[in-house]
Design a protein around this ligand. Structure first.
Ligand SMILES: C[S@@+](CC[C@H](N)C(=O)[O-])C[C@H]1O[C@@H](n2cnc3c(N)ncnc32)[C@H](O)[C@@H]1O
Length: 269
């Protein structure tokens, strides 16, 4: 492994749930303004965009007909997805761990006049009764940021009704073998696909400030099945023509060659 640990830096190591939750909450609180400034226009005020490739729910319809359905958006960030779902006739709740991100959701609610209820909570301990929702979804929220994603699958299953849908997008597991670089350097495999140790950024005392978790495709499928789901699709969006947006390691150059996002579509039998 080529990560260097001295002072503040980056490493791969185990992280317990308390350190993980603290790092995630603080990171997204601090990063909220920058994230929204950088990506807010691409994500739109009232739109559900699944990924940097530009796949939109208005076209993909991975959630099916949402009119009249109760929907939970996890890791909603500024909640543009929840607002779009609301305009489609769904009864939506938008949930996030970070007050900083939810502050942007509140501002956008005031700007657009579309106001799904906002809840601050950890996706690993959802404050809802069993069987509350018809649909749970997230675009890159919560799933890659919790240490126990198998538990998250069980928790989502608990709050869904039988027949309910669970759709989530994450960084495509393939991407974990490459550097986080949108250009040529990001085309060379350097990390083991099989290394599940979390990616950790830490301060100069070694305390985690950002944590992200890798699961292989097989891991994700096994966690879904163990969580009580049936996998119905695995969508690997292709780069949208005309999308020139570089989002971190996502770029037209890499998007033309290999997938950057995996969208898991599952149902609760
Ligand atoms: C990459 S952002 C995605 C935000 C939004 N879905 C979007 O498409 O822009 C990840 C979001 O997940 C949230 N998050 C991280 N860990 C979480 C957890 N344990 N429970 C709920 N939300 C969490 C973060 O606060 C952040 O808003």
């Amino acid at each position: 492994m080529d990560y260097v640990v001295s002072g503040a830096g980056v490493t791969r190591r185990e992280v317990d749930s308390a350190e993980n939750r603290r790092a995630s909450r603080d990171w997204w609180d601090l990063d909220a303004d920058e994230y929204q400034a950088e990506h807010g226009t691409f994500l739109g005020d009232v739109d559900l965009v699944w990924c940097p490739e530009g796949l939109r729910e208005a076209d993909a319809r991975l959630l099916g007909d949402v009119a009249g359905k109760t929907v939970l958006e996890l890791g909603c960030g500024a909640a543009s997805g929840a607002r779009w779902l609301h305009t489609q006739g769904a009864r939506v709740v938008a949930l996030d761990l970070s007050a900083g991100m939810l502050r942007h959701a509140q501002v956008a609610a005031d700007t657009t006049g579309v106001r799904p209820p906002l809840v601050q909570a950890d996706a690993l301990a959802l404050p809802f009764a069993d069987g509350t929702f018809d649909i749970v979804c997230t675009a890159f929220g919560a799933v890659p940021f919790v240490e126990d994603s198998a538990r998250l699958m069980r928790e989502v299953n608990r709050v869904l009704q039988p027949g309910g849908r669970w759709v989530f997008s994450v960084t495509h597991p393939m991407r974990w073998i490459f550097l986080d670089d949108p250009g040529d350097a990001g085309l060379v495999a350097v990390h083991s696909y099989f290394d599940r140790l979390p990616y950790v950024e830490h301060d100069d005392k070694g305390v985690a400030t950002y944590v992200e978790h890798h699961r292989t495709l097989g891991d994700r499928i096994r966690e879904l099945i163990a969580g009580g789901f049936t996998l119905t699709d695995l969508v690997e969006p292709e780069w949208s023509p005309g999308n020139e947006q570089i989002w971190g390691q996502w770029s037209p150059q890499r998007g033309a060659i290999f997938p950057g996002t995996a969208i898991f579509c599952a149902t609760k039998p």
